[in-house]
Write a protein that binds this ligand. Structure first.
Ligand SMILES: CCCCCCCCCCCCCC(=O)SCCNC(=O)CCNC(=O)[C@H](O)C(C)(C)COP(=O)(O)OP(=O)(O)OC[C@H]1O[C@@H](n2cnc3c(N)ncnc32)[C@H](O)[C@@H]1OP(=O)(O)O
Length: 159
């Protein structure tokens, strides 16, 4: 298991994502730990993340899956290239597609565990599956298409 989340290696000037950017003070700070096979993340929803009494808002869960799956894709792509995360040339991905199945209501008040796996590793397209568990019960399952993009895509026109 990696000691540091992949998000720690995102360059400072792009690490402002609402879901996973370490420099977004109001963000969720999602962290992905990759062990070479599975990307793992945990998150405990706060009261403002409620959908209806006692259950987690599905949009929040989709956000967790989104950034965790992109983080897993990036970590796995560094692995596949035989390089340490954060080394140049930088590997960056965006979400092309996110497909979420809510299998059961997800309870508030417990830590959620996310496990993501690589289903397909292509030159540009990386398909990631992800399950969300609450107290060992799988409540949500998703598939994400991560698309590799040049890191300049993250720079503003004026930069
Ligand atoms: C250290 C690392 C630092 C990193 C910093 C990271 C910060 C992270 C921030 C975290 C961010 C968190 C996450 C966020 O919030 S990311 C923000 C939300 N996402 C976006 O805004 C993305 C907007 N879309 C685009 O920019 C383009 O449409 C993309 C780049 C996605 C594709 O562009 P383009 O159309 O030019 O690509 P292509 O035609 O060459 O196709 C390439 C391959 O991809 C496949 N495909 C394409 N689209 C889709 C689709 N919709 N479904 C399924 N598959 C799709 C396609 O079949 C082909 O596959 P194959 O034929 O090769 O098999």
């Amino acid at each position: 298991m990696s000691q540091q989340p992949i998000q720690n290696f995102y360059k400072d000037d792009v690490a402002i994502c609402y879901g996973c950017g370490k420099h977004n003070a109001d963000g969720l700070h999602i962290k992905t730990f990759w062990d070479g096979e599975i990307g793992r993340s945990t998150f405990t929803p706060r009261p403002e993340h409620t959908a209806f009494p006692g259950f987690v808002y599905g949009g929040l869960i989709a956000s967790l899956i989104d950034c965790h799956s992109i983080g897993t894709a990036i970590a796995a792509a560094y692995d596949a290239a035989g390089r340490a995360p954060g080394t140049d040339p930088e590997i960056t991905c965006v979400t092309g597609n996110l497909n979420v199945s809510y299998l059961k209501p997800t309870p508030m008040g417990v830590e959620l565990v996310l496990e993501a796996r690589i289903k397909e590793m292509g030159e540009r397209k990386i398909v990631v599956t992800c399950s969300v568990y609450a107290q060992d019960v799988e409540t949500v399952r998703a598939e994400t298409v991560a698309v590799r993009v040049p890191s300049r895509m993250f720079k503003k026109e004026a930069d």
